[in-house]
Design a protein around this ligand. Structure first.
Ligand code: ADP
Length: 272
């Protein structure tokens, strides 16, 4: 069973998904995807959500981002009910969707043109340049997206998601399309970004190593309709290096999560 605390809105929780259920209407009839789902992410916490394909993980991110409303239950951000998209949420997806006609710098600055900001033009540009430097893209500001590798484009997309200093960063399989080496490099970049400027994060991933390397908590969803099957708090080991993935504790954690995913899949198959 999930080790979710009983209280509804813990003081330190920035994101509270509170008893959320949702059913999509499809051509072949109703498709229940979420069933009384409760997840809490503390301020400056980082939770990874894993689970069988099609169980409803992206639906959870769309609800947190305010892109849709659940049939029942409530999503709270900072104690406010989420009913529409908010500028305090940044998102990055598997496909970086950068605009080819804009330079990398101008792509990163895009949210600052849309979201009201106290920064003047020079400060906005400084902010974008600082972020690009932090992720190792100094010198590429004037390039077009197509001139960059996949990993570099994803770095730029992370900068764009963070440029307006959102409280919440939602990452929906952002590193899924990258090769293993580039992916590990971006994991380290994520830690750098978080150390520099703490945010509250939700990561959807299929990669259990990625989940335990990046997150403070890994939440395993059951098969559809998804509910929390298991959640695991990861110990705070301070600054992480890739060596953390090869300790006996990490192997043990991976095995626990693999077992839970297997149970989730078996539950889903049994329900079909
Ligand atoms: P996951 O991210 O875990 O793969 P999703 O949240 O994307 O799962 O989708 C869960 C299920 O809901 C899938 O079967 C998907 O095809 C279906 N689905 C997603 N969005 C819609 C929609 N707008 N209308 C109907 N069905 C949808």
């Amino acid at each position: 069973m999930a080790n979710i605390p009983e209280s509804k809105t813990g003081d330190g929780d920035l994101i509270v998904i509170d008893g959320v259920s949702h059913t999509y209407k499809t051509n072949t009839g109703p498709l229940p995807v979420l069933d009384d789902l409760t997840i809490r992410v503390p301020r400056h916490g980082f939770s990874a959500i894993v689970g069988p394909s099609g169980c409803g993980k992206s639906t959870v991110t769309r609800l947190v981002a305010g892109l849709m409303k659940p049939d029942s239950g409530t999503v709270w951000l900072h104690g406010e009910c989420v009913v529409s998209p908010r500028s305090t949420v940044g998102m990055a997806f598997q496909n970086p969707v950068l605009l080819e006609w804009r330079s990398i710098l101008k792509n990163v600055m895009l949210p600052l043109e849309i979201v009201p900001s106290k920064l003047d033009a020079a400060a906005k540009e400084r902010r974008a340049r600082d972020l690009l430097k932090l992720v190792g893209l100094a010198g590429f500001e004037d390039k077009r997206p197509s001139e960059l590798s996949g990993g570099m484009r994803q770095r730029a997309s992370l900068c764009r998601a963070l440029v307006h200093q959102p409280e919440v960063l939602i990452l929906d399989e952002p590193f899924g399309a990258l090769d293993a080496f580039t992916r590990e490099d971006l994991w380290l970049t994520m830690h750098r970004l978080r150390a520099e400027e703490p945010f509250t994060g939700v990561l959807i991933t299929h990669d259990l190593r990625e989940a335990i390397f990046l997150a403070d908590e890994v939440i395993v969803l059951s098969g559809r309709p998804a509910t929390v099957q298991y959640s695991l708090q990861l110990p705070d080991t301070g600054p992480r290096t890739l060596d953390h993935l090869y300790t006996s504790e990490a192997t043990e954690t991976l095995n626990v999560l693999r077992d839970q995913i297997r149970i989730a899949r078996e539950g889903e198959e049994a329900g079909q």
